[in-house]
Design a protein around this ligand. Sequence first.
Ligand code: 5AD
Ligand code: SF4
Length: 461
Amino acid sequence: MRFVNSYLSKIKEYVIKNNLTYSIDTMGCQMNENDSLKYSGILESMGFKEADSKTANLILFNTCCVRENAENTLFGRLGFLKSRKIKEKNVYIVVVGCMSQQKHILDKIKVSYPFVDIVLGTNAMSIFPEKLYNAIINNKKSIEYIEVGNEIEEEVPIKYDDKFKASVSIIYGCNNFCSYCIVPYVRGRERSRTPQDIINDINELAKKGYKEIMLLGQNVNSYGNDFKEDSLKGYTFPKLLKEIEKINGIEIIRFMSPHPKDFSDELIETIKNSKKIARQIHLPLQSGSSKILKEMNRKYTKEKYLEIVEKLKKADKNISFSTDIIVGFPNETEQDFKETLDVVKKVGFDQVYMFIYSKRVGTRAANMTDETKPEEKVNRLERLKSLYEEMLPELNKKMIGKSYKVLVEGKSKNNDKLFTGRTSQNKVVVFEANKQDIGKIKNVEIESEHLWYLKGKIVDD
Ligand code: 5AD
Ligand code: SF4
């Protein structure tokens, strides 16, 4: 489905005449970040200008429901806006994203926050301009939307917030139903964009000077499994990566998140032979206990996970790993948790995103009994964090004395002379450079490590 929208121009005159501005508050994952860039693109094509959240006329919340605490954040922020809505003219409040797919959220908004103008579910961007037109021009509210659209929306305007790095969604939705996760319920089944649409987007980005691409999906390596047309059947994620590799100008390809259960040898081979795929793999572990992994419906064991890591390390010893870990899944025992610590020790992650299990109504795990005390869960999170932070300096030190290709991203916040960038391993590096180096790839030799970043010097002639 192409995004053509007559409402964009219908509303523009009013927006420009009244100098309307917008602000977007994004919660959650990179998919949401990417969706927010599209909402910015749509709003700017209507004539809205970006502004501070305190003064903007339109405040859009792009929500996440993966963990419970985001709900309190949203309701706190909505409550805060009530007085503005009462006192000021031309204030519009929009709630979009995963939370809007949940009935209890819609009900709560209707009852406690009736001043919200529009609530839109996921995959509903095409109707956003019309709903906004109704809200602004016809003064009509729309708080009833709860539906996962099935069609992929192509050619949605997008406003990238970076000049050299861009994210591109390749697959929407998820079929995996991990027992703790709400995503398959709110984002629907897997839908892959066609290779042609993806390649066209990346070609355009390359022409504009983008050097680094992040391919996004809830499960990128099941890309293509849903293709029904004969011409696309058998088109896989490795094949897509090989096509993107050919695009001149794109120098770094990243992707997230792959699922360990679909991490094929073909994918490992593709990474090994690629000159552009980043030497950083985000491989969500969730738990190191095979028993808990089974309860989580992850469809791999601790041994299988470690085998993939070993194969990748063998393919290229410079590959670094990052991961997601949930502690305190129902009935995770001390022994199960130790298995997680064991995997962390064996792999040596450069980045660990760690979460305490959060019960999500409607998921299978929500019905499981859970005897573990909340304090114990917090304690496990802290122990995991300590282990990770203990290991990090050692991993960093291995990089000292070696040089790495770094995309120079911009000036360091704290020091005028210093610039920052990331290595292929996604390590932040700080070094002296010139303004002209921004957007270029430079060889940087690492000189020292500082836990969350490295210091180095450019060694190009
Ligand atoms: N509780 C805690 N963490 C969760 N995640 C997903 N669902 C939950 C939940 N119910 C985490 C997983 C996933 C990441 C995006 O969020 O680790 O990989
Ligand atoms: Fe959630 Fe599992 Fe799908 Fe990831 S793969 S979005 S954790 S159900």
